[in-house]
Design a protein around this ligand. Structure first.
Ligand code: C5P
Length: 222
């Protein structure tokens, strides 16, 4: 069994990918499977944490002993994360949040009309939830983000860590079949305190455990 080094700790994790509505039946979305977030939830639960998993549009079985809160859009994910984060010792944003959403979602299904071109879709920015949670963190709370980069992984990751204001940023190189939808991941865990921990290609569960190791080291003693 895992060492219960998260016993007595509350953690909240987001997983999956948001869907931004265009009308009641259509959305803008992404291919995130939620596997890394679920692996974080399972491993935290195994290490003794009380776990809330905010799951955006995932099709994975709820991990035993974990509270799952399903959400759809970035706005819903934001509300669920803010609420759970207010009571949490650690917050992990593993979800793929849409950067933009349709500016004018409509209440009725958009119809096609003969001979009429479709309207363009206007987009507006979504809030950066990770940056907000970092800015609002409770004393001693550890905030973790994820970032998929295709080039300049370390330099880009450091800049993003600073921009978001989180304590840890898990940076993985995407492309070449890695990350989305697969069971394996390879990453570097960057810390605001300067630490840099490479995690070799392996199961998402193994990366999750290295993330919790880094979190545990930074939590204040209870
Ligand atoms: O800026 P980028 O999308 O690369 O940052 C990725 C990290 O920021 C992830 O942890 C993701 O969950 C989070 N994020 C967020 N709100 C957004 C976009 C990304 O919290 N609107």
């Amino acid at each position: 069994a895992a060492t219960p080094d998260l016993a007595g700790r509350r953690v909240v994790i987001s997983a999956g990918g948001t869907r931004e509505p265009l009308d009641p039946v259509r959305y803008l979305g992404n291919h995130s499977s939620g596997k890394q977030g679920y692996a974080l939830a399972r491993t935290a639960q195994a290490r003794g944490a009380e776990v809330t998993l905010v799951a955006a549009n995932t099709a994975l079985p709820a991990p035993a002993g974990v509270t799952v809160e399903p959400v759809g859009s970035a706005e819903e994910l934001r509300a669920a994360m803010r609420k759970a984060a207010a009571e949490a010792d650690a917050v992990v944003m593993a979800a793929a949040v849409a950067d933009f959403r349709p500016a004018n979602p409509v209440g009725q299904k958009i119809k096609k009309r003969d001979g009429v071109d479709p309207d363009p879709i206007a987009l507006v920015r979504n809030p950066d939830i990770l940056a907000e949670l970092s800015a609002a963190r409770r004393p001693g709370q550890v905030v973790v983000g994820f970032a998929a980069e295709t080039e300049n992984v370390l330099a880009g990751g450091r800049a993003k860590l600073a921009r978001k204001g989180c304590d840890l940023l898990v940076v993985n190189q995407v492309g070449g079949g890695l990350a989305f939808g697969t069971d394996e991941n390879e990453a570097v865990i960057l810390a605001a305190d300067g630490d840099e921990t490479p995690v070799p290609l392996g199961p998402k569960e193994a990366l999750a455990d290295r993330v919790w190791d880094a979190v545990v080291r930074r939590l204040p003693t209870p």
